[in-house]
Design a protein around this ligand. Structure first.
Ligand code: NAP
Length: 305
């Protein structure tokens, strides 16, 4: 049986470090970082994510505001809102919650933002810097994964790393971060042939697919490190029992919330892997912690601190 690679513990340490630095700035200079989030439409998951980000910002004394616009908002007025935030001295980070409703051109909207405030790391300028291995903001989920691997002393250099999922939010930037750290990456997607065979060659396997329990033990080499990025909700009682057995916490989840979260990796993989990240409590908390860290970095940089 492998070990759980807890992101929660590391995320708490990162948040505490950010919080104590922010407190110092508040005490000595009466200044603190500001983060503005933009949400367009009513995407339920986006609302939850943004709410979590706001809650953590407030706890760390990062000034936080959410601008919630209706789905019918014109691109021009969304862009003028972003331009307003670009100009505001008290806003250090702008976060445009993705996905935007399909009527928007995401590239056009993202490029309206000043790259120096792009704490989510999705602006093409930030992604270009990542490809070029130059300084700049990195997307928070892949950055959190790299921090987690470092925390558990898992080397990247020379390792075979297979990433399943090629989204701009997770898979593609993660593949670049790993390449920059001298890992050998295979980036897989829905058209990859013989996926389980390719995956089973990995020393480090990352699943960012969005399909509950898709990565079964046959995808995993004995003793591999497995990072599960997926967050899928399941509400079928029988399925929950099949995946988790008799598990009080999961049953409580079902009763209280009507669903429980499962990753892209089948829970049985813990018996084959050396390390596996839990869902929840693995990659998720790190994403938020890295956003807080990026916001503090932006605050310091913009003031030459
Ligand atoms: P996404 O944009 O939907 O991308 C999914 C990727 O998986 C695509 O590249 C797709 O391939 C690939 N894929 C889908 N089905 C596949 C299959 N059967 N075999 C191989 N590849 C397959 O998803 P995302 O935004 O990256 O998110 C992925 C998961 O991570 C979701 O569960 C999401 O909730 C979670 N997530 C978690 C965090 C966190 O903080 N923990 C952050 C972001 C996302 P194609 O490109 O060929 O379509």
């Amino acid at each position: 049986m492998g070990n759980w690679m807890e992101g929660r513990t590391l995320a708490k340490q990162i948040r505490e470090k950010v919080g104590s630095e922010v407190s110092q700035f508040l005490k000595n200079k009466n200044q603190s970082p500001g983060l503005a989030g933009i949400l367009v439409g009513e995407n339920k998951a986006s609302k939850i994510y943004l709410g979590i980000k706001e809650k953590h910002s407030r706890r760390l004394n990062i000034r936080s505001e959410i601008i919630h616009l209706p789905e019918t908002t014109e691109a021009a007025s969304l862009k003028s809102k972003i331009q307003e935030l670009n100009q505001r001295e008290d806003v250090d980070g702008i976060l445009i919650q993705l996905p935007l409703p399909s009527s928007f051109d995401t590239h056009d909207i993202l490029t309206t933002m000043k790259p120096e405030k792009d704490v989510d790391g999705f602006h093409p300028f930030s992604l270009g810097n990542l490809l070029m291995d130059e300084e700049g903001f990195r997307p928070c989920t892949p950055l959190g994964i790299m921090e987690l691997l470092k925390y558990y002393n898992i080397p990247i250099e020379g390792q075979k790393v297979v990433v399943i999922g090629r989204s701009l939010i997770v898979g593609k930037p993660l593949a670049s971060l790993i390449t920059n750290d001298n890992g050998t990456v295979t980036l897989c997607h829905s058209r990859t042939k013989e996926l389980s065979r390719v995956a089973a060659e990995a020393d480090i396997l990352v699943a960012a697919i969005g399909r509950g329990a898709y990565v079964t033990p046959e995808f995993v080499k004995e003793g591999a490190v497995v990072v599960d990025v997926g967050q899928n909700s399941i509400s079928d009682k029988e399925k929950v029992k099949e995946y988790f057995g008799d598990n009080e916490k999961r049953e409580r989840d079902l009763e209280k919330k009507g669903y429980t979260l499962i990753g892209d990796v089948h829970p049985q993989v813990i018996h084959k892997a050396r390390y596996l990240t839990p869902v929840p409590g693995g990659v998720g908390p790190l994403t938020v912690a890295m956003l807080m860290k990026n916001t503090l970095e932006s605050f310091k940089k913009r003031r030459g601190l």
